[in-house]
Write a protein that binds this ligand. Sequence first.
Ligand code: GDP
Length: 295
Amino acid sequence: MFEGLAEKLQNTLKKLRGKGKVTEADVAEAMREVRMALLAADVNLKVVKDFVARVKERAIGQDVLESLTPGQQVVKVVHDELIQLMGGTTSKLNMSSKPPTVVMLVGLQGAGKTTTVAKLGLYLRKQGRRPLLVACDVYRPAAVKQLQVLGNQLDLPVFSMGTGVSPVDIARGATEYAVAQGRDVILLDTAGRLHINEELMDELKSIKSTVKPHEIMLVVDAMTGQDAVNVADSFHKQLGLDGVVLTKLDGDARGGAALSVKAVTGCPIKFAGMGEKPDALEPFHPDRLASRILG
Ligand code: GDP
């Protein structure tokens, strides 16, 4: 994960850390290297520019260079700013004070939506919740089946009405079922498409306006880098997102999506998919990831 970026940043910052005296020219040189490392990691250009400008300003501005350990102080500024870039703190799911909480997962085909619904179900059960998985992808019978298989494996209930019913009706039916069965979180697995199109957005908007989810989360594939960021931006503008689940972070060598999504869209990454197994879902911790990148 993020090997190239981590190696480059660590090498650059090692040079600074070791210096007893750091000049503005040293900072400028280090920031040139940081800029190149972030661009090579496929971080959004504007995000990189803003990031480097902020670090430079803080490093040169706040008596950092006159301090006893200027190199270490600059490294700390980079660390802090990396955390801020990824949203600062860990963002939690919006939970309704009046159950059931409705969580709607949206995204393009293959991003990992169905897998994430199951993972999230398991995660929530471990938190003492009683989740209900809901199969709203009526276009692919395989998707309904996939969710049922996952639900069976994990012993999590799955609500489905087959593929002959509109997703809006399924979502509504699931809400009634959840109330009757004492389920406190509903996880809607909605249909995806290969690309964003009007039909998809219209469908998602009508589910949104009918069931009024407390949380709409976009599932995107980290390995698609800036494409993931563009998809997030587009979904957020059209649908209004509360959070993002970044999947396949385990296979993402570069890091561009993780470092750009929040800064570009304003939407926090709430969870990270770290593998194919049902327990491979973690809350997204900006501070831990920053520490991992900087070593
Ligand atoms: P959907 O079309 O969005 O519902 O996508 P699926 O849930 O069917 O997932 C597509 C593929 O991505 C499957 O092979 C999943 O096992 C895989 N996948 C999902 N999340 C992750 C993850 O976090 N890491 C890895 N390595 N694979 C994942």
